[in-house]
Design a protein around this ligand. Structure first.
Ligand code: CA
Ligand code: CA
Ligand code: CA
Length: 281
């Protein structure tokens, strides 16, 4: 451990520096700099994150890429506490609490701040949205993926119903009562502020559920109309959403509350956004 830590740090810093130098060289030489190597095309890729958990929680995964990284992360995040579906209500009141009003939660698609006490099934209430639609793999709400709060969010009852079990994709008509959200017959597009959140929740589920412990192997694909297959689309769009809406304080706090208080596992793509490209290109 003493040896790997400095090496890792040493590898990261020159990479950032190289990209910076290449960009500087390009800007200094302009069109006359024909002899200069162009800036690498991948320079826009998310820089490698460093977290407080790299030496502990994530240590088996550090340095791995691709399928090996995915397998290692599956081992890490599968060690978790599980909660019942009825316990999800109170958990969401903590994980999705409005930072400006501790009596309220923030609803995923509408962005509305609403009383925690308004949970239920009536018009205007909020309920438990399965971002990975539970029919995709048909895992229901028994304790397991259907109660995994890494992908469960408070949502307006009617908007939750409109989203239904659709795959995610760009396009469609505006969703009534939920500005910035769009839908058509086969897909749903969430508002910009939560596009990345949705992507990282779907990708968490793909890594957490690999066909072990009695649950289906959940995977993203590039389709819509996945029906009851254990797939969720559209991967190419989710990757774009992940890039355009990086983790913010609300999402990071949520990850921490789940880790500290409820499941004791983390969403790796909130901590290490660059791991999305490492696994899915
Ligand atoms: Ca569509
Ligand atoms: Ca976001
Ligand atoms: Ca999987």
């Amino acid at each position: 451990m003493h040896v790997t830590r400095p090496n890792r740090t040493a590898l990261r810093k020159p990479l950032t520096l190289l990209i910076g130098v290449a960009a500087l060289a390009t800007s200094l030489t302009g069109t006359a700099g024909a002899a200069q190597a162009p800036a690498p095309a991948q320079s826009v890729t998310t820089a490698a994150a460093v977290t407080a958990y790299d030496d502990t929680y994530y240590s088996p995964a550090i340095g791995k890429t691709g399928a090996a990284l995915k397998a290692s992360l599956n081992d890490i995040i599968s060690k978790q506490t599980k909660i019942s579906y009825s316990a999800v209500w109170d958990a969401l009141k903590k994980t999705d609490e409005d930072p400006n009003n501790s009596s309220n939660v923030i609803l995923l698609y509408t962005g509305r701040s609403q009383s925690k006490a308004d949970n239920g099934g009536n018009v205007g209430d909020w309920n438990r949205e399965h971002v990975w639609a539970k029919s995709h793999g048909d895992f229901g709400t028994t304790t397991g993926p259907g109660t995994d709060i890494h992908h469960l969010r408070p949502a307006d009852v009617q908007v939750n119903s409109i989203r239904g079990n659709k795959d995610f994709d760009n396009g469609g008509s505006a969703v009534s009562g939920a500005p910035g959200n769009y839908t058509d017959s086969d897909s749903f597009e969430p508002r910009n502020a939560v596009k990345g959140d949705v992507a990282r929740m779907i990708l968490y589920m793909a890594v957490r559920y690999e066909g072990e412990d009695g649950w289906p192997d959940l995977e993203p694909n590039n389709n819509v109309n996945n029906g009851t297959n254990p797939y969720m689309g559209r991967l190419s769009v989710l990757k774009q959403w992940h890039q355009q809406d990086p983790p913010d304080a609300f999402e990071q706090r949520r990850n921490q509350v789940i880790y500290d208080t409820y499941q004791h596992n983390r969403n790796p793509f909130i901590d290490h956004p660059e791991w999305v490209a490492s696994i899915w290109g």
